[in-house]
Ligand binder design. Structure first.
Ligand SMILES: NC(=O)c1ccc[n+]([C@@H]2O[C@H](COP(=O)([O-])OP(=O)(O)OC[C@H]3O[C@@H](n4cnc5c(N)ncnc54)[C@H](OP(=O)(O)O)[C@@H]3O)[C@@H](O)[C@H]2O)c1
Length: 374
């Protein structure tokens, strides 16, 4: 084994230890099925039909926003959902990378309805602009996939002063979801709820939330894995509290979180030496063969649980879960603590100046047009 391969193997081992066991992939029970057809059967009618709950005007296809959809698991998710005929918006921090990915996804799937819009989760201003621009399009929103993430970076801070991993992985997504809640709620139709899918990680098991020092600027010494684990725990707590709030007010939105497995993506950018990353980009085939050899999943395999939660009729009406291999899994004790979840929501709302839950649910004018009786 060369020094380079030994280095990759070492990091893979660290990753496996932090992210969870590399387990064989379970095929989604629905892979290859038409999700609309299956959902319609479960909902007991045909999508777009007038129902007893009232008339509505809706496209039968679904509109999806995927953060970080230009690479890795997010892009593979976009390819799968675009292949099912859904309308895809990639929310990306770099417009050129986003546009290139959108063009590539369209070419691969023959779906022209794939676009990219700017959204830097490390900037609350950018998140607000994205939400406003999305609402201006008047499109409904059936599925929001909060996928973008960074892992184990050196100590850095977002534009708004959050520790980078907490800021991007949790706070940015918290504000984004809050701002799009009204659009999600108003996009539900009789017999079909809308969905939020939060890409967490098995690494949440190592995490805790320290409200006295969320950004590692006080008593805590910065630890890159500790910060990642905190942010991934926050993803699950956010999922639980969103579910609780929606259930309490009968809002037709389901939210679930997941661990995608240990996947061969760019996520390791802060762990591998620059030369290795360059070598990997130069010869992706060799690099993927090696990744496969050491048991990493491909991005397509890693996206399977995301795709399942975003599209399967088996999870229609199911909310507040944590999934691994498209099956419910047991998250950590802290991830199931309702008081912690509620406190995190309150603190996140305050720190991001997100609208409160009731205000978030007010229907943006343009989207409301989709619901008007004809
Ligand atoms: N890979 C794994 O083994 C693994 C395991 C458990 C959980 N996960 C989770 O899976 C998710 C996807 O990661 P991945 O493995 O697919 O990694 P990836 O290939 O690095 O993709 C991450 C995506 O997030 C985007 N992103 C990063 N910072 C952003 C920001 N400030 N604003 C908007 N977008 C930003 C990246 O954009 P750029 O391309 O512009 O950098 C990229 O599109 C993450 O939430 C990660 O925590 C991954």
């Amino acid at each position: 084994m060369t020094r380079r391969s030994a280095c990759v193997a070492f990091n893979a081992a660290v990753l496996a230890a932090c992210l969870g066991p590399v387990s064989p992939l379970n095929a989604s029970p629905l892979s290859g099925d038409d999700p609309d057809q299956a959902l319609d059967q479960r909902a007991g009618g045909s999508v777009g039909e007038e129902s007893s709950a009232g008339p509505y005007v809706r496209s039968h296809e679904r509109h999806v926003v995927i953060t970080g959809g230009n690479s890795g698991i997010g892009k593979a998710t976009a390819v799968a959902l675009a292949g099912m005929g859904m309308h895809i918006t990639l929310a990306c921090r770099n417009q050129a990378r986003g546009n290139a990915a959108a063009a590539d996804i369209s070419e691969k799937t023959g779906n022209d309805s794939v676009r990219s819009m700017l959204c830097d989760l490390a900037s609350l201003r950018s998140v607000r602009e994205f939400a406003e621009n999305y609402q201006k399009t008047g499109r409904p929103l059936d599925v929001l996939v909060n996928n973008a993430g960074i892992m184990a970076c050196p100590q850095m801070f977002t534009e708004d002063g959050f520790e980078m991993q907490l800021g991007v992985n949790h706070m940015g997504h918290f504000l984004l979801t809050s701002l799009l809640l009204g659009t999600l709620a108003s996009s539900a139709t009789p017999g079909r709820r809308t969905r939020v899918v939060n890409v967490s990680s098995q690494a949440h098991q190592l995490g805790s939330i320290d409200f006295d020092d969320l950004n590692f600027q006080g008593k805590r010494k910065y630890g890159r894995w500790e910060a990642y684990a905190q942010s991934k725990l926050a993803n699950i707590l956010f999922t639980k509290e969103l579910t609780r709030r929606c259930a309490e007010r009968q809002v037709p939105i389901d939210a679930n979180a997941l661990h995608p497995g240990v996947v061969d993506t760019q996520l390791v950018r802060y762990l591998l030496p620059a030369q290795l990353l360059e070598a990997r980009d130069k010869d992706p085939t060799k690099s993927s063969a090696f990744a496969k050899f050491i048991g990493l999943r491909t991005p397509e395999e890693g996206s399977s649980t995301v795709v399942y939660l975003a599209s399967s009729p088996y999870v229609e009406g199911v909310s507040g879960g944590y999934y691994d291999d498209s099956k419910p899994a047991e998250p950590s004790k802290l991830a199931k603590d309702p008081d912690l979840a509620s406190r995190l929501w309150t603190v996140s709302q305050e720190l991001t100046s997100a609208p409160d839950f009731e205000t978030s649910l007010s229907v943006p004018t343009k989207t409301a047009l989709w619901l008007l009786p004809t």
